[in-house]
Design a binder for this molecule. Sequence first.
Ligand code: FE
Ligand code: FE
Ligand code: ZN
Length: 279
Amino acid sequence: MLHIGCHLSCSQGYLAMGKQALALGADTFQFFTRNPRGGNVKPFDAQDAASLVALMEEHHFAPILAHAPYTLNACAADEKIRNFAVRTMEEDLQRLSHIPGAMLNFHPGSHVKQGVETGVRLIAQMLDAVYTPEVTTTVLLETMAGKGSEVGSRFEELRAILDTTKTGDRLGICLDTCHVYDAGYDIVEDLDGVLEEFDRVLGLQRLRAIHLNDSKNPMGSHKDRHEKIGEGCIGLEAIARIIRHPKLRHLPFYLETPNELPGYAREIALLRGLQEEEA
Ligand code: FE
Ligand code: FE
Ligand code: ZN
């Protein structure tokens, strides 16, 4: 069975997100840990989190995915911004400890003229500070589109982070289909080749989640503009190959397409149909 969900608004609370996912035909979902463009966060409601965990067990959810705010930049030049990243990740990991199996995805960061090497070192430093042995949540690095000075658009850059932090053994990767295509990996014409490269550089066992998005722009454009499934440059056929691929089909897929809820429900139904069709 396809494990699929979409991005939901966290302002409604944990249990409400779980119920909304079910109503959309999903068996998982992604949510921001807090306001994605700022840092504000609601007080933690342990009872609400426990209710979600019970709902997830009852309905056999796949792992849910928390997404760190976009403003989190572990390799900013400004120390205050780096300190915000540490505090935010610490607090989010603390909250997620109440939701067994949940994973936390974050954008490695933008090095803002400091260079990739410094970026990698600062990201590793942040991970060393927050991803302590007591943390049970799996932390994922997201593959990036390479917009501006983003670190992590080449698999080698993610490898460098894994090799620099002491926490590398426990880190996973979240592959964003729009981002890797934007970064120049040809998942349309050569999915097998890209997965082989991923395996060689990072190890496929590290791949824990897929952000399933079409792209408004052609391969290698470094723009990071998501498109609805089948309406972009990746296209429905290539997306069908991704969700059916023997090396990927067991993974949880999270839609981050420009949709309201009914649009997400349609995409989830479409993708479930596509995966079954082949069986
Ligand atoms: Fe992301
Ligand atoms: Fe993404
Ligand atoms: Zn994106």
